[in-house]
Design a protein around this ligand. Structure first.
Ligand SMILES: NC(=O)c1ccc[n+]([C@@H]2O[C@H](COP(=O)([O-])OP(=O)(O)OC[C@H]3O[C@@H](n4cnc5c(N)ncnc54)[C@H](OP(=O)(O)O)[C@@H]3O)[C@@H](O)[C@H]2O)c1
Length: 433
């Protein structure tokens, strides 16, 4: 006769009688597992005690402690290495509670999206460019990356997620960075993602496409929603071929707006396919007049103006602001980067709700906590065929790949998104216990 012991998470532990043995879990397994415990007449008292112990022990805790013994490969910011990044072996995270009410979900990463903020050491874009070496030292040891797509390994009961679920979202919240706590980003093989920052992956998108979505799509959606963009409004997207820009065009269309996009001529067809009704080539003479011709705009999303010296030189703010409506919305020229003082005001707004920007302008700062509902909305649009990120380059998950992704982003010339493919790398290794 056999007794069935159900282990409802992703442990690497199988208990066999009479002596418990810990064995490595098959690589890539992602479903809940069962362990068979044969009950024979030869059971010793010790074996019975052991069985009682196993049954009464919190199997989740046991699973988590075993998960914690696994190692994984992770990229880390490393100021001494080329491009200040390297890839190392480190302990995989355990499933644990974050704060008072934000649980986590343990996921095996398939792909992760790379963004300019990762290439600028998370905080480097909030300070003058000359501070970048300081920023790289400040985040030393942190794992870069926010976006990921992957498979749930373990999730708390009642969380709405179970082992084997395909998900996408944010592995970390940048506000979690503390002098004593590094960031645990998505450029690794296992993440413990906050429950309120993930959603089920849209089935029509590939792992790479799903990983390309969270940061750029949530930035665009939150910015458009905060400014009440709705049916029939006119939205100008500057930098419409980039990561944020190309999904901002699509999301503004999903909200019913008419979109005018600004990009270089070589990307004009791409931006048109994303849904822009008019595309203005900023490399042609008279492009500001062309922008003016199609105004006035209810909202401008400017994904170009930032503290980067090249973007500063090309800044659109003062030249385009006269063609933005001045009635109603008080902060309808929206930028995503800028000077330290603007990041300070953006932080104030983000954490207190107080908007101290001058009339007609603001620097918008994405908020990742609580984004799961918006991620589900994006997934629905994707599955309806209304939203599809374009992955322009996929890099391998090794040192050359991470450095290549950062180099591409620093060039400011990528169209669509840059992604790192983690699943093509060797699977998570297990330490012998
Ligand atoms: N505040 C936030 O919460 C937040 C969130 C996400 C992103 N961001 C910031 O938003 C900015 C955009 O991010 P991203 O991911 O879209 O960057 P990206 O993908 O690297 O942007 C590259 C694109 O920018 C276009 N571009 C460069 N210069 C241009 C110009 N003068 N006029 C028009 N287009 C130009 C390029 O097109 P061409 O090659 O055709 O010139 C290219 O397609 C970055 O500074 C990023 O750090 C902020």
């Amino acid at each position: 006769m056999e007794a069935l012991l159900v282990v409802p998470s992703q442990p690497r532990t199988l208990v066999t009688s009479p002596t418990p043995t810990v064995i490595a879990w098959p690589q890539g397994a992602s479903q809940p597992h069962t362990a068979l415990v044969p009950r024979t007449p030869h059971h010793t008292l010790a074996a019975r005690l052991l069985l009682a112990f196993v049954i009464t022990t919190d199997v989740h805790a046991l699973a988590r402690s075993n998960a914690g013994k696994r190692t994984m490969r992770a990229a880390v910011y490393d100021p001494g290495a080329p491009q200040s990044t390297s890839v190392v072996d480190q302990a995989a995270p355990k499933l644990h509670k974050k704060g008072f009410c934000r649980g986590g979900v343990l996921c095996e990463v398939r792909s992760c999206g790379a963004n300019p903020v990762d290439a600028k050491f998370v905080i480097g874009d909030k300070f003058p460019e000359s501070w970048l070496p300081w920023a790289s030292r400040r985040v030393a040891g942190s794992t870069p990356g926010f976006d990921f797509s992957g498979v749930v390994i373990d999730a708390p009961a009642g969380s709405g997620f179970a082992a084997g679920d395909e998900v996408f979202g944010f592995a970390e919240d940048p506000a979690s960075l503390r002098p004593w706590r590094p960031l645990h980003g998505s450029f690794c093989e296992v993440v413990d993602a906050p429950l309120d920052q993930i959603s089920h992956k849209p089935s029509t998108l590939s792992w790479q496409e799903a990983a390309a979505c969270p940061l750029v799509c949530i930035t665009a959606l939150q910015a458009l929603e905060q400014h009440g963009v709705s049916e029939g409004q006119k939205v100008l997207v500057i930098g419409a071929s980039g990561g944020v820009g190309h999904v901002a065009v699509q999301i503004a269309r999903c909200l019913g707006a008419e979109v005018i996009g600004v990009c270089s001529g070589r990307n004009a067809e791409f931006v048109e396919k994303c849904g822009a009704s008019v595309v203005v080539d900023y490399r042609q003479d008279g492009y500001i007049e062309k922008i003016a011709e199609h105004g006035p705009y209810d909202v401008v999303l400017d994904a170009v103006s930032s503290a980067d010296a090249r973007d500063k030189a090309a800044s659109y703010i003062e030249r385009v602001k006269p063609y933005v409506k001045t009635d109603g919305d008080r902060h309808n020229y929206v930028v995503f980067g800028g000077a330290t003082r603007h990041w300070f005001l953006a932080g104030l707004k983000r954490f207190t709700g107080l908007n101290c920007f001058g009339r007609g302008f603001e620097l918008f700062w994405i908020r990742m906590p609580g984004s799961s509902k918006s991620l589900s909305r994006l997934a629905a649009w994707a599955d309806e065929g209304q939203l599809k990120p374009t992955v322009s380059a996929t890099f391998a998950f090794d040192e050359a790949g991470v450095r290549g992704a950062f180099e591409a982003l620093r060039s400011r010339r990528t169209a669509g998104k840059v992604v790192i493919d983690v699943s093509s790398s060797p699977s998570i290794s297990s330490e012998s216990v």
